[in-house]
Structures are given as C-alpha cells and as structure tokens.
Design a protein around this ligand. Structure first.
Ligand SMILES: [Zn+2]
Ligand SMILES: [Zn+2]
Length: 340
C-alpha cells in the first residue's frame, strides 16, 4: 500500500477525484454500464487514492486472523501425509461447484446483476454455496461489488488495483470501509436482498460465517466416515485431516484468489474489447481459474449480461451452466450481451 498517499487529508483527497464527493449515494441498487467518458483521464497504476471511506485506517483483525488461518492450514498440503486422492477430488469438485455455482453464478451474475432469474429454492442454494467460500454474506458481497461497478477505478471503487496491486487483490478486505462495515450502512446498495428474510438473517451474528463453519465440519465428517470404511480409525483420522486441508482450506484459498484476481489482474493485464471508462481487461488466465469471470472488460461494458465471453474464443463456463439451466427451465429472463 502507498502509505505516503494515506497522509493526505480526507477533504483534500475527496475533492481531487471526480465523483468522489457523492460516492455511493445513488438510490439505484444495480450498477450501470461503464460507458466511455473521454472527460475522465486515465489513471496510472499507483496514482489512485484509497477510498475516502477507509480513512482513518482501521485493520479488521477478525478478517486478518481468519484469512491467515485458512492460508496457513492450506500450506499443510505441502506435507505428503495430508494428501489423499479423495481429498484432491473434493477440492476440485468444491472449486467447480461451490466456487462457480456459489460465487460466479450465485453471488455475482444472479444476485448482484440479476442477469437471470430462477426459482427461490435454487437462488438460496446458490447463495448458500457462495458462503462456503469464505467471501462474506451475500448482501455484503453484493454491496461491495455494486459499489465497485459504480466507481470502477475511481477513488470510490472498493478495490481498484490502481491504488496498488496488493490493495486491489486483498488489502481492501483487511481495512475497515465505513460504508461496507455494517449492514445498516450498506443496506441502501442492496435493498432488493435485504427485503428477503433469508438474506437479512445471514447478516445477524455473522450467520454467513456459521454457515461456512458448518459446511467445513460436514466435509471433514464425511471424510472421516469414508476413511473409516477404507481402513478403520487410523484412516478415519487421516482422511478427515486430508479433507480438511484439501477439501476445505486449499479449495477455499484457491477460490478466494480466483475472485481476488478478477479485481486485481483483470483491471491491470489483458486486452480490451470495449473502451469502458474503467481499466478492466479480458484476462484468459483469470477466466480459466474463475469460471469465465476473467472476461472482465466485456462484463464492465455490459454488466447485466449473464454471458461474459463475447468473442468465440472467450470460453465462459458459467455461461454454459446458465444456458443448461435455461434449457431445463430452471433459469429464466436470461440477459444476453447487448454489445457483441
Ligand atoms: Zn471490475
Ligand atoms: Zn460485476
């Protein structure tokens, strides 16, 4: 992080950047498309100031501790004893099922942008799987992301890598942001979600984190049962440990960095199909690890579209899943690209 810039006073900081003064005051909960505005000069990496709402700096220690813990546990994967083939398979399946259905399709394309509609039971299933990835409650995730679209790569952006790569990737998670710190502050960005008692309940007493812990316990317990039938009590302990490290920690860390890479790498490196006012890019590596989310310049140009790949080579796995859901009648009102 650029500490030299942090010493600039609040008012001075806010006055310097167009649009920063009324940051996030709009009533419209859904982000608009980033249309080209030649009046906004291109900001170079390292030039942007951190959001005014993150001043004065206050570290969210609960985030630091939990994220450090899951990273440390995932490092146990380097010790061979923790490896089992079944643990690896659980990790890969979890990446596709919880990462893609939970975050990419659920939190992002469905809840944030309303790129399609589906039966409530399926929406809740996607939202619940989203919480298995340690990426916050549905309402807070959506609020942060809607603010990102509203102020992309301007000072009001919750996580622009133009502040610094570290800030855009993970730094923003670790510092308090006054507008996203409490449900009552970010409620205006997510009135649609908070009208729903299920999403409201998850806001109370870190309900979403309890869901994450329960899902981890369930995975470890199933691992113990599989191990027990494979080789008695010794293997039960072995499998439980393996599934905890691989099936929970490694997978969670991998999905976390996939999502964070959309915010960092896909606003810095790659090509652009559209001259959006932000600096979003299409990045094939991010598209690969984050189930199509790496076609991020396309997404900023056309946020409501449920398809992020706009060219034939831009493979978007999440879009194919949504098409299958549409084909079997589970997804409706699917928004297709308006610009390609
Ligand atoms: Zn973006
Ligand atoms: Zn988005």
């Amino acid at each position: 992080m650029n500490y030299a810039r942090m010493s600039v006073s609040h008012v001075e900081v806010r006055d310097k950047v167009p649009g920063a003064l009324d940051s996030s005051r709009s009533e419209d909960p859904l982000p608009a498309a980033s249309i080209t505005d030649p009046a906004i000069a291109k900001i170079l990496p390292g030039e942007l100031l951190r959001p005014a709402e993150t001043w004065p700096s206050k570290i969210l220690w609960q985030h630091v501790i939990v994220l450090s813990a899951v990273h440390l546990i995932s490092l146990l994967a380097f010790i061979p004893w923790f490896f089992t083939w079944s643990g690896l398979i659980v990790a890969i399946l979890g990446h596709f099922i919880f990462g893609m259905l939970g975050i990419t399709i659920g939190y992002h394309r469905l809840l944030t942008h309303r790129g399609f509609t589906c039966p409530k039971w399926l929406e809740y299933t996607f939202a619940t799987m989203g919480m298995f990835n340690l990426q916050d409650s549905p309402a807070r995730w959506v609020a942060i992301h809607r603010i990102h679209h509203r102020h992309s790569d301007q000072q009001g952006d919750t996580h622009s890598p133009l502040v610094s790569f570290f800030w855009g990737h993970v730094g923003w998670v670790l510092l308090r942001h006054k507008d996203t710190n409490r449900t009552i502050r970010y409620a205006r960005f997510v009135p649609d979600l908070l009208r729903d008692p299920y999403y409201r309940r998850l806001e109370r007493k870190s309900g979403w984190f309890v869901v994450f812990i329960i899902h981890a316990i369930v995975i470890v317990t199933i691992g113990a049962i599989v191990g027990y039938f494979a080789g008695g009590v010794t293997e039960a302990i072995h499998y439980a440990a393996s599934w905890a490290v691989w099936g929970v920690a490694v997978r969670t860390v991998f999905v976390l960095h996939g999502t964070w890479s959309v915010n960092s790498l896909a606003h810095l490196y790659g090509y652009r199909n559209y001259e959006t006012r932000d600096q979003s890019t299409n990045n094939w590596l991010v598209a690969l690890i984050a189930h199509g989310e790496g076609w991020h310049n396309n997404h900023h140009a056309d946020p409501r579209s449920a398809a992020h790949g706009h060219r034939w080579w831009e493979f978007d796995m999440s879009w194919w899943v949504i098409r299958i859901l549409e084909g079997i009648g589970l997804a409706r009102n699917v928004v297709r690209p308006s610009r390609s």
